[in-house]
Design a protein around this ligand. Sequence first.
Ligand code: CA
Length: 233
Amino acid sequence: MNKYLILVVEDDPPVRNLITTTLKTNDYRFLVAANGESAILEASSHNPDIVLLDLGLPDMDGIQVIQKIRSWSNLPIIVISARSEDNDKIEALDAGADDYLTKPFSVEELLARLRATQRRLSFMTAEMTAADSVFTNGRLRIDYAGGCAYLDRQELHLTPIEYKLLCLLSKNIGKVLTHTFLTQNIWGRSWDNDIASLRVFMATLRKKLEPEPDSPQYIQTHIGVGYRMLKVE
Ligand code: CA
């Protein structure tokens, strides 16, 4: 039996059935909520490990559900949104969602997102608490206290903004960070030209970090949305 308990928030019965059937056949435990109010109730009373959240709910916006849950918990929330709702997706990530899945999605995609979130959960508890001032991921090592980053033993010569970007991404490993989140944290604002600058800094950071910048291992681009640091095995 899988030890993870998933809260499925979806008002559309066929989609909900697809998700719960997938979870059942893969030995996940799950709870179901068909609207925002019961989602919040289930999340607070059963303490699930991961929430799968549809944004278009009958009684309230999924964004409100995220905000409510975030007021007391950091539990991972994977948003499920339709392709046409690109701005909703960004808004959801900014409100504190961890990841998103675009409708229509495949069963394999859903399972991959769940596994990635589980890896992130165990990574957070194991490695981050063991040495909370040093972060390691594959060949990358960041000494937060010393303010230095290394690839193998070689120090990376990063500008202050590149270093800050790397820290933001590493401290949120596995999570998609939106352009707005990143520019707000770096410059305290999010103007169009800040997002353009962000792309430039990200490109120079990648050139220093990625062995093959054309097929990045560490930093994944989500076009029109933001960036995510991947866990490198
Ligand atoms: Ca819906």
